[in-house]
Design a protein around this ligand. Structure first.
Ligand SMILES: Nc1ncnc2c1ncn2[C@@H]1O[C@H](COP(=O)(O)OP(=O)(O)OP(=O)(O)O)[C@@H](O)[C@H]1O
Ligand SMILES: [Mg+2]
Length: 259
């Protein structure tokens, strides 16, 4: 399931504005990679290029390559819908479908992919996905209640269950804990630790402790000034980025001197 992501010299544009420039990096399977850096440096923009969500914005495009286990996501004839099934995404704010039941929320992505399923198969998938998202015990007696009736942390785990229900290879998470309390945050971090056994995980976070707790590798992005493109400054083992970075700007950022 878990796959390697290789990015080669990627530039990312919104119309004429180059938001991210020249990113080259490799994300190993069964690992967690954190993206850190000041607001506006292009972390979310870059993350969305990894499952072709960037191009849904009019005028948005990329230059360069993103390979998943060697095949280019941006190659001719590649279907972005299939890409998004392979590379799932969890957003900053939990976004369950409010009127749908917990059960239907878990199945939403699978239904979108038009798969016909027997009820027993759907039941199994709901249980397995909720188990995988560490939510099953809390919701198993109320699967037919609306997803919006859950706490913020539970909703975020529901969104993770929805993302893993389609059996992706990669999970992208854009600040998945920023709307959560510390207890829910720790629950999600524990979950990430478990999920990395099966998935390649990339997480954007502004929380330095979180990056150092959950990630194996950390990428520091920075921006030289307003209107300039964001760049990847340093990418290394998380321990190195936080204790012994090679670039002064990384040191300044992780020690809280700016950003
Ligand atoms: N839809 C869009 N259209 C035009 N420009 C955009 C769009 N989304 C983001 N940008 C610009 O791209 C740059 C990078 O934004 P992005 O949201 O990727 O930064 P970020 O690092 O995720 O910031 P934050 O930490 O605040 O979430 C910014 O200059 C932003 O204004
Ligand atoms: Mg962002």
């Amino acid at each position: 399931m878990s796959k390697r992501i290789e990015v080669n010299d990627l530039d990312v544009y919104y119309g004429d504005f180059k938001a991210v420039e020249g990113v080259t990096l490799t994300v190993e399977p069964r690992s967690v990679t954190a993206f850190i850096g000041p607001s506006g440096c292009g972390k979310s923009t870059f993350l969305r290029t990894l499952n072709r969500m960037h191009e849904v914005i009019p005028g948005a495009r990329v230059d360069g390559e993103v390979l998943i286990d060697g095949s280019n996501l941006y190659g001719p004839g590649v279907d972005p819908v299939l890409v998004r099934r392979q590379v799932g995404m969890v957003f900053q704010r939990p976004n369950p479908f409010p009127t749908m039941s917990i059960r239907e929320n878990v199945l939403a992505g699978v239904r979108l992919n038009n798969r016909k399923m027997a009820k027993s198969e759907a039941d199994d998938l709901v249980e397995k996905s909720l188990q995988g998202a560490n939510l099953w015990n809390e919701v198993k007696d109320r699967l037919d209640r609306p997803g919006s009736g859950l706490s913020g942390g539970q909703q975020q785990r529901l969104c993770i269950a929805r993302a893993i229900a389609v059996s992706p290879d990669v999970l992208l998470m854009d600040e998945p804990c920023s709307a959560l309390d510390p207890i829910s945050t720790l629950a999600i971090e524990d979950l990430i630790e478990q999920l990395k056994n099966d998935y390649t995980i990339v997480i954007v976070t502004h929380n330095m402790q979180q990056a150092s707790r959950v990630s194996d590798r950390t990428a520091f992005f920075n921006i030289a000034g307003t209107g300039k493109p964001g760049k990847l400054i340093e990418f290394d083992d998380t321990d190195v980025i936080f204790s012994n970075p090679k670039v002064q700007a990384t040191e300044d950022y992780v020690s809280g001197k700016f950003g």
